[in-house]
Design a protein around this ligand. Structure first.
Ligand SMILES: Cc1ncc(C[n+]2csc(CCOP(=O)(O)OP(=O)(O)O)c2C)c(N)n1
Length: 404
């Protein structure tokens, strides 16, 4: 797929009007289609079938007139903390890619460009809420209390990286696409069962919405009114497959309607919009009204992983067109307009995070290496012959590599 996805704003599709309204349906037996899921003022105003997107800052970081109404009440310190958390994610991501290029860690995905969606959504929640991550939420992981050291340990092949110190209700990352969605629904169900007041937030990509687990997880959560916020990071690509080739659905947020939950498209590069939307979803879920699907409209500015070459499937023009929508630039411009930030603060923060990363990498390199037997041995009580064969082959490969 080449060229940018024109995005949801051009949508005029609505199942209650136009030629698609009754396609394949017998109106006499089905009656009018229920098209609006009422979830409160913001969800009604941003009914995904109207093709609208919640946005508070424009692309130059100025407050939009239409967005002011939804501006979240954040103190100057909270605004700066949010921006600093995005900078931390950006620097840690850049460092991790550079360690990978130096051969010090394995292949890893990058969160470049998606920092606002990850950080804003986590900082809008409470510490007791649960985060069930995919693999592209480094900003959210760090904002939730996870550590850079664990991130690097995971991508060095150590499972110790999955358990963050203090266990901040942050699940290990899920590489199998959308397996985490069913985990989130399950945690949500346990909260309902216990009568708890926490919420669960889970993240997946646009490609993830084509998976069975997406459908099972959303259906379960909606039927049992589980307090789950489903965040679809629509970064326009599932590796090389463009969003338009992924689904026939006009938008991803409208998939919520079929399950019976509110859905909303949010400008995922607008930190303030992300906070506002997540707060609204959390309020809805905590009130016992069930789950919400948020489509964070964003762009994966980097490669899919360090093994990917995006120049093969997307154009330079497209990449350039998203550069000025960078969530950090927009939030920085907003903070500058409020005189809350400056270059000296930025330089100090970047240096401090860079140092933190180098220290974390050194600690990971000093850790005991995971034995090969652990990787193959954990899956079955007795290793089946095929795994025994694969382990022997891998050991042979490592011996060959050592001898080079
Ligand atoms: C169940 C499963 N099938 C296939 C893969 C291989 N795979 C890794 S990433 C990816 C694309 C995911 O795209 P998307 O859900 O849009 O998330 P993004 O990586 O863009 O954040 C695929 C197919 C996998 N990890 N898990």
């Amino acid at each position: 797929m080449h060229g940018p996805d024109p995005g949801p704003l051009r949508s005029s599709f609505h199942p209650s009007v136009g030629p698609s309204a009754s396609r394949g349906l017998d109106r006499q037996t089905t009656g009018p289609l229920p098209v609006v899921i009422s979830g409160g003022p913001v969800f009604d105003a941003f009914d995904p079938l109207k093709g609208k997107m919640l946005r508070i800052l424009d692309e130059q970081g100025r407050l939009l007139k239409a967005g002011q109404k939804y501006l979240p009440d954040l103190s100057p310190a909270e605004l700066c903390d949010g921006y600093a958390a995005m900078v931390r994610a950006r620097v840690a991501d850049e460092r991790a890619v550079s360690y990978q290029r130096q051969g010090r860690i394995y292949t890893l995905p990058t969160n470049l460009g998606q920092e606002a969606a990850a950080v804003g959504s986590i900082l809008a929640l409470r510490p007791e809420d649960w985060m069930v991550q995919s693999y592209r939420e480094l900003g959210g992981v760090l904002a939730k209390g996870g550590t850079v050291k664990n991130h690097l340990a995971y991508f060095s092949g150590s499972e110790t990286g999955s358990v963050h110190p203090g266990r901040p209700r942050l699940l290990p990352l899920s590489v199998p696409i959308t397996s985490q969605v069913t985990h989130a629904a399950g945690i949500g169900h346990s909260i309902v069962y216990r009568g708890g007041s926490e919420v669960v937030i889970t993240f997946f990509g646009d490609g993830g919405t084509s998976q069975g687990d997406f459908n099972e997880g959303l259906n379960w959560a909606a039927v049992f009114k589980c307090p789950v916020i489903f965040v679809c990071n629509n970064n326009q690509y599932a590796i090389s497959l463009g969003r338009k080739s992924q689904t026939g659905s006009e938008t991803l947020a409208q998939k919520a309607i079929a399950f019976g939950m509110p859905g909303m498209i949010v400008d995922g590069n607008d930190y303030l919009a992300v906070v506002a939307a997540t707060r609204a979803a959390a309020e809805h879920a905590r009130a016992g009204r069930g789950p919400v699907l948020l489509e964070m409209y964003t762009y994966r500015m980097g490669a899919h992983t360090t093994s990917d070459d995006p120049s093969i499937y997307r154009s330079k023009e497209e990449e350039e067109s998203w550069k000025h929508k960078d969530p950090l630039l927009r939030m920085r411009a907003y903070l500058d307009s409020l005189k809350l930030w400056d270059d000296a603060k930025e330089a100090e923060l970047r240096e401090q995070v860079g140092h933190e990363c180098d220290q974390a990498m050194a600690e990971v390199e000093a850790m005991e290496r995971t034995p090969i037997e652990d990787i193959f041995g954990y899956q079955y009580e007795t290793m089946p012959p095929e795994l025994v064969r694969q382990m022997a082959e891998y050991k042979q490969f490592l011996a060959w590599k050592e001898a080079r």
